[in-house]
Structure formats: C-alpha cells, structure tokens
Design a protein around this ligand. Sequence first.
Ligand SMILES: O=P(O)(O)OC[C@H]1O[C@H](O[C@H]2O[C@H](CO)[C@@H](O)[C@H](O)[C@H]2O)[C@H](O)[C@@H](O)[C@@H]1O
Length: 262
Amino acid sequence: MTLIPPSAFTEFDAFTAALDGRIPALFLDYDGTLAAIAPRPELAVMPDEARAVVQRLAALCPVAFVSGRDLDDLMSMVAVDGLVYAGSHGFDLRGPDLRRQVGVEYVPDLDAAERLLRDRLGGIAGALVERKRFAIAIHTRQVAPPDKPQVGEAVRVVAEAQPRLRMTGGKELFELRPNLPWDKGRAVVTLLETLGLEGNGTLPIYLGDDETDEDAFRALAGRGIGIRVMESPAETAAIWSLQDPAEATAFLGRLADWLAEG
Ligand SMILES: O=P(O)(O)OC[C@H]1O[C@H](O[C@H]2O[C@H](CO)[C@@H](O)[C@H](O)[C@H]2O)[C@H](O)[C@@H](O)[C@@H]1O
C-alpha cells in the first residue's frame, strides 16, 4: 500500500508508456473524482467541462461510470448517452446491451432498515438518509460535530437488527448494503468479462477517490491500472494518483488528446 502514488498528470508520459500501446477501458467514479464534494448529494454537479471530456473519450475508448449513487441518479448527473453505468456500488448495472442487478432479494431488508433509520435519525439535525435501490447512505456532513457519534451509533444499532445487511463507510457517511460478496471491484471484473474489455489490446483503468474504490483498485491489481484522486496522503492500492476532480478532468482531457493523436 502506497500513501501517494506518482501523479498520472504531471508524469503523463510515464503513464502513457505504462499503457504499452493498449487502449484504455475507462472506469470512472463520480463523487470526489469528476464532481467535487459538496454539502449535499444533489449539489455535487459534474462541471460541463468534465462532461465534454467524457463525451470525447467515449468516442475514443470504452467508458463506464461506477458509483455509490443510485443508478438513475448517477445517469441523470452524468447525462452522457451510450455509456455503461453501475449504480449502488456496482449492484445495479446498465449499458447499451447490458442489464444486471445483484441482490434484488435484499430490497425488503433495505426497506426495513430505511424505516428504522428514518425513525432513529429524525431527531438529529442535519442527518440525511439517502436511499438507493441497493444501498442506504446516511450522511453526517451537515450534522453538528458533537452529534455525529450519535448518528454512527444509530446506524450500528440498525445494522445489528438487519444482519443481512452490512455497514461500510465513506466521506462523511455510513452505508448499509446487502451482505453479499459484491462490490465495485467485482462489478468492474464482471463488466470486463461480460463486455470483453480485457486483452485484445485493451487495458482497464479505474479512477476513484474513496474507500469503496479501493475494492476496484485491488481487483485490478495485475490486470489494470488504479488511479486514486487524493488531496492528502492515504493508504491506497492504486498505483497512480491525481490531486482533485479538476486535475482528474485535465488528465482525462490529455488522455483524449493522446488517444486522438493515435
Ligand atoms: O462512488 P461515488 O460516486 O464516489 O459515490 C460515493 C457517495 O457519494 C455521495 O456522497 C458523497 O458526495 C456528497 C456530495 O459531494 C457529499 O455530500 C457526501 O459527504 C459524500 O460522501 C453520494 O451521496 C452517496 O450516495 C455515494 O455513496
């Protein structure tokens, strides 16, 4: 595990040399990667410049988004047709010739957990419950610091009452999701296999900023490239880094230029 891998932007020539003539198959996270972190989920809008770069890239190589957001929410925030989208941390997959949902049988467990969470968290100012089809995010970003431990405790109590769900973390949030051996890494590997995106001169590249993206970096070890978007040092299985969403967009722009030049 490295703390800050080399920059794919400032060392762009070394990065493209590592592609060794292969075309990237790009997997992009949304929040904190192409959209800057905002006080509330609906305020994290992807800049038009990032959307334009994604559109350019989609004409040059395969592009997929892999996000913790609900699939419909993710698709409306990105708003680029013809891509593959994976919502709810990869439990909900959709593409031009693809539809797969993992954990449908866990939806009633999530429904029950959502009711319990809304009951328990209703009295805590700023606590936000965001329901996705295959996960529930409980946000603490707007909660006063002294009240934050109470939110964590409430989520732990609900998780214990719902043993078919598991609790994970992220940036100022807790999540409950089906307790299945499934995550962004498994979703990416499934997409590589289903869509034939590996071998034949293609190299998977995953850009992400958060702990759930580490599952994808680990899954790609030895078969692709992980790039962590990070403003401060953190343990990561990614082998390259970028500073923030603005630099991630600039990097993707350079990659599009490089691909267009052939
Ligand atoms: O996998 P991602 O696309 O990175 O999604 C992870 C979570 O992102 C969102 O929450 C995060 O972004 C919010 C908006 O900037 C921010 O307010 C929050 O603190 C962050 O944790 C999203 O709302 C979640 O559903 C995703 O799981």
